[in-house]
Ligand binder design. Structure first.
Ligand code: NAD
Ligand code: UDP
Length: 327
């Protein structure tokens, strides 16, 4: 890998919620950043403020198709991430994880670039070990409605490891746990965006099941810092490493917090629990603490306040549902 300080960096899925913040951060550091996205679950306006920067370039492209670029680092983040988005076209979702990873790993191999995979806590499925360390192999349904995402990412991890072992590609794997913050798609159906949008518009807060299932929510700035540290970690540490916030909350507790912080009078509405919805989820971040000297610092209350402030500035009608795309 090139040792110069300023690098040529490709971010696939760079117009998405997390990708756009990665673009901002790396453009701000002076790197030459290429954002590649097919806008399946995002819109150009997420990165429009970067377009006049001389070190930023935007390419509309689908990662399931080959592309030839010359880069030093690749953050491979292209993939729909919200259940409603990845279940919209499950075949496309798994193609994105599998074919997209093959194409990006091929590019990394050709360029001698370092490549980082944005993997997920979904690797662990509905975990029987709690909290989840990286050594846990998971409990994933291979034929359910979440499988296109979970198994797609598991194959992506396998491909990364095999390109590393066989072709010496310089890889990094991060397993991201539920992350939230400004620029989430307001209609992505994820719990934080749903609850905030519902609270601000006076609609009922939809709790699936009893609301006793747990998630551990990480604020996007903490996450971005963890990912960048992993990419630049020079200790031959390739991961996988969990990046997430270990503070665990039930979904009912999240609903109460959102109601309190928005001052909303929204009622609570129970909906059936979707199939295979994980019961508990909490990252064990011992490895990230040790190897990356990283841990999250944003309390849920503070992160939610910032996210709520941002939701109050957007026009919901500017956001469209995922692009109909049956390729
Ligand atoms: P997002 O949907 O906002 O971003 C994904 C981006 O990828 C979008 O801009 C989308 O248009 C693009 N994309 C999708 N399919 C593509 C394709 N075939 N070709 C090119 N671009 C494509 O989601 P996000 O939350 O920003 O997630 C980013 C990455 O992080 C994903 O890989 C996701 O699996 C991973 N991740 C996120 C979370 C989280 O809580 N946000 C948790 C675990 C893993
Ligand atoms: N959830 C909910 N109401 C909603 C959206 C989600 O109760 O309006 C629940 C969902 O069933 C899950 C949790 O919140 O248990 C997190 O869901 P999300 O889609 O955000 O992410 P994931 O299940 O992939 O962690």
């Amino acid at each position: 890998m090139s040792k110069q300080r300023l690098k040529r960096i490709l971010i696939t899925g760079g117009a998405g919620f997390l990708g756009s913040h990665m673009c901002e951060r790396l453009v701000g550091e002076g790197h030459d950043v290429i954002c590649l996205d097919n806008f399946f679950t995002s819109q150009k306006f997420n990165v429009a403020h970067l377009l006049d920067r001389p070190n930023f370039e935007l390419i509309r492209h689908d990662v399931t198709l080959p592309v030839f670029l010359e880069v030093d680092q690749i953050y491979h983040m292209a993939c729909p991430a919200a259940p409603g988005h990845y279940q919209f076209n499950p075949i496309k979702t798994i193609k994105t994880s599998v074919l997209g990873s093959v194409n990006m790993l091929g590019m990394a191999k050709r360029c001698g670039a370092r490549i980082l995979l944005a993997s997920t806590s979904e690797i662990y499925g509905d975990p029987t070990v709690h909290p989840q360390p990286e050594s846990y192999w998971g409990n994933v349904n291979p034929i359910g409605i979440r499988s296109c995402y979970d198994e797609g990412k598991r194959v992506a991890e396998t491909l990364f490891m095999d390109y590393h072992r066989m072709n010496k590609v310089d890889i990094r794997i991060v397993r991201i746990f539920n992350t939230y913050g400004p620029r989430m798609h307001p209609f992505d159906g994820r719990v934080v965006s749903n609850f905030i949008r519902q609270a601000l518009t006076g609609q009922p807060i939809t709790i699936f099941g009893e609301g006793e299932q747990t998630r551990s929510f990480c604020y996007r700035d903490d996450l971005v810092e963890g990912i960048v540290r992993m990419m630049n970690c020079e200790d031959n540490f390739i991961g996988p490493v969990n990046i997430g916030n270990p503070n665990e909350f039930t979904i009912a507790q999240l609903a109460s917090k959102v109601l309190e912080l928005t001052g909303s009078k929204s009622t609570i509405e129970r909906r059936p629990l979707p199939p295979d919805d994980p019961t508990r989820r909490q990252p064990d971040i011992t490895l990230a603490r040790k190897m990356l000297k990283w841990e999250p610092s944003t309390e849920l209350r503070v992160g939610l306040e910032k996210t709520i402030d941002w939701f109050q500035t957007i026009r919901m009608e500017d956001y469209r549902p995922p692009t109909p795309n049956f390729a």
